[in-house]
Design a protein around this ligand. Sequence first.
Ligand code: AMP
Ligand code: MG
Length: 478
Amino acid sequence: MELRQAFATHLPWALSQVEPQGLENPRWLLWSQDAAEMLSLVGPDANALAVFSANARMAGASYHAQVYAGHQFGGYSPRLGDGRAMILGEARDIDGQYWDIALKGAGKTPYSRHGDGRAVLRSAVREFLVSEALFHLGVPSTRALAVVGSETQVWRESLETAAITVRLARSHIRFGHFEYVTHGERDPERLRQLVDFTINQHFPHLSCDTAGYAAWFAEVVQRTAVMIAHWQAAGFAHGVMNTDNMSILGDSFDFGPFSFLDTYRENFICNHSDPEGRYAFDRQPGIALWNLQRLAQALSPLISSDALIAGLDGYQHALVQHYLILMRQKIGLPAGQAAEDLQIVSGLMSLFEKNALDYTNSMRMFAQWRPGESHFALRDECLDSAAFDAWFQAYEKRLGRVADAELWRRQRQAANPRYILRNYLAQEAIDAAQQGDNQPLNTLYQLLRNPFDEQPDMAQYARRPPRWGEGLICSCSS
Ligand code: AMP
Ligand code: MG
C-alpha cells in the first residue's frame, strides 16, 4: 500500500512523530473484506498482521499523532490530541478517494496524559463493528479495516487484553483542531493554513477566499445536520458528542459508549458517565448545533460573524428536511408538507414510547405490510388500540393510493433494517472473543454487512435484548 503524506507535509505543526508499540502475540479478530477491497489489499496476511499490530513499521508511513482541543461535556480542554491513536498516512482507494490509516491502541503519544495509549479488546471490537454497521446502513461514518487482538495486558477496572483497531477516515480533522489553533496557538496564519488544507483536500469545489470560506462553513453545517438526521432516523445514540469527536466532514466518528436504541425512549442515555443526559438521544440535534457554534467561534478570526451566523441559520432547516426524507422512506410517504409529516412521525414515536416498543423491529413492520391491507401488525403491539387506530387513519389518509403495493413493501424493506448492532449482541460476541472464540464475532459482523436482508437462519439476531441486556450501557473507560 502506498501512502501519501498530505496532512503531515502541509501541517507539520499540528502533529508529533510517535513510535508505535507492538502488541504481544497478535492475532486477527476482525478483517473487513469490503474495506480491504476498497483499498486493493490482499487478505489478512502475516505482513499485515505485523504492521497492524504495530510490531513492524509500514513502508512509507509517517507515524504521527495530531494535536487538537475540544469541549468535553461542555467544558473546554485546551490540549487534547491523539492519546492512543497514530496516523500512518493516506491511502488511495479504487475510486481515487484518500483514507487516513490510523492504528487506535498502538501505544503512548505526547497526548496520552495519564493513559497507557492502549485500547481494550471490547472497545476496539465495538469501534470496528459500529463503523462498519453504520456504513452498511448508509449512515456517513468512518470505517474500520481490522481489529488485532493480543496477549498484552492492560489495567482498566480489571485486567484486560489490549487490541488495535485499524481505522479508516477520509479525514481525522475535528472541530477541536480549529479550536486548538484559535484559542491555543492564537495564530491566524495557522488557522488559515488549516482551513485552506481542509478545503483543498476535502471541499475541492470551493475556493480559499472570503466567499469560499463562508460557503465552506455553511457546507460543514449542512453535512453535520445530515449526519444527525441519519442518527435520529437510525435510532443511534453516539454517547460522547464532544467537539473533539466531531468530524469536519460530517462523518460519524470516535465511538465509545454508543448504542442503537432497543426500546424506543426519546431521552435514552447510553453513556454511564453522562448521568445528566447531556448527550441523550433526543438532545443530539441540539448538541450538534452547540458544537457548530463552538466551531464558528473558532473560525471567527477568519470568517465574518455575518457569514458564520448565516451558516448556522441553515442548520435547523437542513436537519428537519433530511430527517423527513429518511423518515418518509421508512414509512413510505411521498414528499409532502413538512408540518403534517412531522406530526405523523412524532405520533408514531409516541406510540413507540407509550408502548415501550422496540424501535428497529417496529419500523420493520412497515416492510411486512402492504398498503391496502387492513391488518397492520403494529396494532397488536399497542395497548391502546384506539390511539393506534387514530394514528393509522391519519397515516393512511396521508399515504393515499399506492399503485404498486409490492414494490412499496420492498422499498420499506430497503429503508428499515432487520438487524442492527444491539449492545447485547456485541457483548455476547466480545465475551466469546475474550475466551478465544472468534466465531460469534465474525458471524455478527457478516450479518451487519447486509442489515436490510432477511437472513433466514439469523432470526435470533433480530430479537429484543434478553433481560440482562436491556438498557446495557457502557462507560467511557476504553
Ligand atoms: P475519547 O473518549 O476516546 O474520544 O478520548 C478522549 C481523549 O482521551 C482523547 O484525547 C484520547 O486520545 C484520550 N484517551 C482515551 N483513552 C486513552 C488511553 N487509554 N490512553 C491515552 N489516551 C487516551
Ligand atoms: Mg475522541
